[in-house]
Design a protein around this ligand. Structure first.
Ligand SMILES: Cc1cc2nc3c(=O)[nH]c(=O)nc-3n(C[C@H](O)[C@H](O)[C@H](O)COP(=O)(O)OP(=O)(O)OC[C@H]3O[C@@H](n4cnc5c(N)ncnc54)[C@H](O)[C@@H]3O)c2cc1C
Length: 290
C-alpha cells in the first residue's frame, strides 16, 4: 500500500525522448487505476496462516487514464540524458540495492531459522544430506553478508559528497539471490516432506479429533499443536499462494535476472585482467574492446 506512486523511466540505449521522464503523484489522483490480483490472505487466524494473515502485500498493474501530473511533481521530462543518468548519478540505484541486500539477508536468516527448527522438530539433524542442505543456506547467507560488508568497506564519497557503498558487490549479491532463494524454499519443502501437507487447522485442535492429533502428530521434542504451528509456517513460507508468490517475487524483484547478469557483465571492469593475459602470451594484437 502506498500514498504516492513513483514513476521513473528505465535507462536503456534506445530510449525515445517521449519515454524519458520521472515523477511522483498521490495514489488517489483522478484517472489512476490499480488493477489488483486476488488476495492471498488465507484467513484471519495467525495459527493457520502465520504469514499471509499478517504480511500480504498486493501486486497491481497501474493504469494512467488521462492523468494530470502537476509540474511540481515532475523530476524531469523529455530528457534522454537525465533518464539515462538519473538512477546511477543520484545514488538511487546504489542505496536501493543496499537496502534490498539487507532485506534479503534478514529473509535468509528467517529461512535458516525455519529450516533448522524443522530439523530439530523431526530430529533429522544427524543425516549428512540434511546437514548439506542446511550448509547450502548458511553459505548463501554468509556470501550475501560478505558482499554487503565489502560494499560498505569500499564505500566512497560521490560527486555530491554523499558516502556511497560500492555498487559491484551489491550487484553481485542481487544476481545471486534470485537464484538461491527458490532453492532455499525447495530445501524447506524437502526437509518438511509430508509434514508440509499434514497440517490440520487451529479449529481441528479444538474439536473431537484433538486426542488423535496429539497422539499422531507429536514428535519427541514437540507437542502436536506446536509442531503443526511450525509446519504451517514452513508451508505458508514456501507452498501456499502467499509462499509461491514470495518465490516469484524474489526471482523478479530487481527485474529479469538474465538481464541483470547481462548488465553486470557489461559494466564490470575486465580490461586489466585481459591485459595480463595479453602480456603473458606476448600478443601483438591491438585491442579494440573492453
Ligand atoms: C511478485 C512480483 C512483484 C513485482 N513488483 C514489482 C514492483 O513493485 N515494481 C516494479 O517495477 N516491478 C515489479 N515486478 C516486475 C518485475 O520487475 C518484472 O517481472 C521483470 O522486470 C521482468 O519483466 P516481465 O515480468 O514483464 O517479463 P518479460 O520481460 O516479459 O520476460 C519474460 C521471459 O522472457 C525473457 N526475456 C524477455 N525479454 C528478454 C530479453 N530482451 N533478453 C533476454 N530474455 C528476455 C525473460 O528472461 C523471461 O524469462 C514484480 C514482479 C513480480 C513477479
Amino acid at each position: 500500500m502506498t500514498d504516492e506512486v513513483l514513476v521513473i523511466s528505465t535507462s536503456r540505449l534506445s530510449l525515445d525522448c517521449n519515454e524519458a521522464f520521472a515523477f511522483f503523484i498521490p495514489s488517489n489522483t483522478k484517472g489512476l487505476k490499480f488493477i489488483c490480483r486476488e488476495s492471498f490472505v488465507g484467513g484471519d487466524s495467525s495459527y493457520n496462516y502465520p504469514l499471509s494473515s499478517r504480511y500480504e502485500e498486493m501486486d497491481s498493474i497501474v493504469v494512467f487514464d488521462n492523468v494530470l501530473v502537476p509540474w511540481d511533481r515532475v523530476f524531469f521530462y523529455d530528457n534522454v540524458e537525465a533518464a539515462d543518468d538519473f538512477l546511477n548519478r543520484s545514488s538511487f540505484h546504489t542505496f536501493a540495492y543496499h537496502q534490498v541486500v539487507n532485506r534479503q539477508i534478514v529473509k535468509t536468516e528467517f529461512l535458516l531459522g525455519v529450516a533448522q527448527l524443522l530439523v530439530e522438530a523431526i530430529n533429522v539433524g544427524e543425516y549428512q544430506h540434511i546437514q548439506e542442505k542446511l550448509s547450502e543456506i548458511i553459505i548463501g547467507l554468509e556470501t550475501m553478508k560478505a558482499l554487503l560488508g565489502k560494499s560498505e568497506n569500499d564505500a566512497e564519497l560521490d560527486e555530491w559528497e554523499c558516502m556511497r557503498p560500492s555498487m559491484i558487490p551489491l550487484q553481485v549479491a542481487s544476481n545471486i539471490f534470485p537464484r538461491i532463494y527458490p532453492r532455499f524454499s525447495e530445501i524447506i519443502q524437502l526437509i518438511g516432506a509430508s509434514g508440509m501437507v499434514s497440517i490440520p487447522t487451529e479449529r481441528d485442535f479444538h474439536s473431537e479429533i484433538r486426542a488423535d492429533l496429539e497422539q499422531y502428530l507429536q514428535t519427541e521434542g514437540m507437542n502436536a499443536e506446536d509442531r503443526v504451528k511450525l509446519f504451517r509456517l514452513a508451508w505458508d513460507l514456501t507452498m501456499s499462494s502467499f509462499g509461491t508468490r514470495q518465490t516469484q517475487y524474489e526471482r523478479y524483484f530487481f527485474g529479469d535476472p538474465i538481464r541483470l547478469s547481462s548488465s553486470l557483465y557489461k559494466n564490470y571492469p575486465k580490461a586489466q585482467h585481459v591485459e595480463e593475459i595479453i602480456k603473458f602470451l606476448d600478443l601483438k594484437n591491438e585491442r579494440t574492446s573492453d
